[in-house]
Design a protein around this ligand. Structure first.
Ligand code: ZN
Length: 275
């Protein structure tokens, strides 16, 4: 059943919406020919607080109106954008999405080089456009140093192996999963950070790329991260791949392995030790 407007909008209101959006279909921004009728629908669903007020209604063409099914218009537009992105290839990672968003001028940069220094129990991160300081923590179980931080996309990248000796990112983005999480994060907060490491002055995420991708599509530009400074990369690689294998076996899980037995994914079960 298609989502219908709570109330009919009158001609005057339609005119106001068209003046605001132009005779453009909200789905992709294409012109709606004069020969075609214009449909009007909600950008955000009622369930998410979308109201039948004029700012939440946009014009769309008949073709896209039929194609969107039960999705609110905003989500349908995002689905089309995701399909657009996924046509770039079938082995896409967060790195490709960041490049895609940069090409679209949605972000200025990503993966900038960082200088990371430790002093007096603090970690300082600095790039040409970012500077921050964080508590230095040590994992009880591994002894590895790490810090928790909200970091901008400009200093983050995916831990792929194409340009590095050792990539820890074990899989590719699944478009449906990103879309599912995109909708999820419209309602629910992010409870777990994305996890990464420092390698050759780069901050590389190897866990939580679907989550980061969904947040990027939601317009988020700052990401809660847990960053290891000098982890044992081989052990981390084995751990991460084992955790993802487990994740694959638990269909329905969202982005991160839940580690029900806790014998592999130790970095999830160890609470941060703040100095
Ligand atoms: Zn259209």
């Amino acid at each position: 059943m298609a989502i219908t407007l709570k109330r009919q909008i009158n001609d005057e209101e339609k005119q106001i919406i068209l003046e605001r959006h132009g005779r453009k279909c909200f789905a992709t921004g294409h012109e709606i020919p004069e020969s075609e009728s214009i449909h009007f629908d909600h950008i955000h669903a009622f369930a998410l607080g979308g109201e039948s007020e004029l700012h939440n209604i946009a014009p769309m063409c008949e073709h896209h109106n039929k194609a969107k099914g039960t999705l609110p218009l905003g989500d349908f537009r995002m689905k089309l954008r995701l399909e657009d992105f996924s046509r770039l290839g079938d082995r896409l990672t967060l790195r490709h999405l960041l490049q895609h968003l940069k090409d679209r001028k949605d972000i200025d940069s990503f993966g900038d080089a960082v200088a990371v220094s430790e002093k007096d129990g603090r970690v300082t991160v600095q790039s040409h456009s970012h500077a921050s300081s964080h508590s230095l923590c040590t994992c009880d179980r591994t002894g590895w140093k790490y810090f928790d931080a909200a970091l901008p996309a400009s200093v983050l990248n995916s831990d792929d192996d194409e340009s590095h000796q050792f990539g820890l990112q074990p899989r590719f983005l699944i478009s449906d999963k990103v879309f599912e999480l995109y909708r999820h994060f419209q309602i629910y907060p992010v409870l777990q950070p994305s996890i990464g490491r420092i390698d050759n002055n780069r901050m590389l995420l190897f866990d939580g790329q679907h989550k980061a991708a969904a947040l990027l599509w939601n317009g988020v530009r700052s990401f809660e991260c847990k960053i290891y400074i000098e982890p044992d990369v081989r052990l981390l690689n084995q751990t991460n791949i084992a955790a993802h294998d487990r994740d694959e076996r638990h269909a329905g899980a969202l982005d991160s392995p839940s580690c029900p037995s806790g014998d592999v994914c130790f970095f999830r079960l160890t609470p941060p030790t703040l100095l």
